[in-house]
Design a protein around this ligand. Structure first.
Ligand code: FES
Length: 167
């Protein structure tokens, strides 16, 4: 009798263990089907608080793996109504800091207020417009939304739609 009980206990525990492994594997499979694709996860938003920026300050942030520059313009800097982002009473230049020639990353020179691309000598002004060399077009403006003092990269707000002519 004791031997039968032991055998029954052993079989019960074995079947219970197999069932538990099956349930665990099913839950893992279900979770992976619920989770968003990796590309969606990495395609997130980047929120930048602009409230502490000083006039003339240059900042670089990462947005979806790309460098994005943000410059708070001084009163003396060149204005570009077709590209400037107005947040509160500040004017900002915002763009994806990738050269539109062959994709190098231009560096910003605070003194000359220009971007220089070391690859083939291309230049962009403080607004991100191509001014010299092979770059054919201005640096791209990333989609953005203004939320108080914050810039939310990745969302198409009305200010972005107006700048790119979609509003
Ligand atoms: S990649 Fe910038 S000038 Fe060619």
């Amino acid at each position: 009798m004791a031997e039968n009980m032991n055998r029954r206990d052993f079989l019960g525990m074995t079947l219970g263990g197999i069932a538990a492994v099956g349930v665990g594997a099913s839950l893992v499979a279900m979770k992976s089907s619920w989770d968003p694709l990796p590309s969606v996860v990495s395609a997130g938003f980047t929120t930048v608080d602009l409230s502490g920026m000083q006039e003339g300050e240059y900042r670089q942030v990462e947005y979806r793996g790309n460098p994005v520059y943000i410059i708070k313009k001084t009163a003396a800097m060149k204005k570009c109504e077709d590209r400037d982002v107005v947040v509160g009473n500040g004017d900002y230049s915002v763009g994806i800091q990738i050269c539109t020639h062959l994709g190098c990353i231009p560096s910003y020179n605070v003194n000359s207020e220009e971007f220089h691309c070391a690859c083939h000598g291309g230049k962009f002004d403080v607004c991100g417009k191509n001014t010299f060399g092979p770059p054919p077009i201005p640096m791209k403006i990333p989609p953005f939304k203004i939320d108080g003092d914050k810039l939310v990269l990745g969302e198409e707000g009305p200010e972005y739609l107006k700048l790119v002519g979609k509003a």
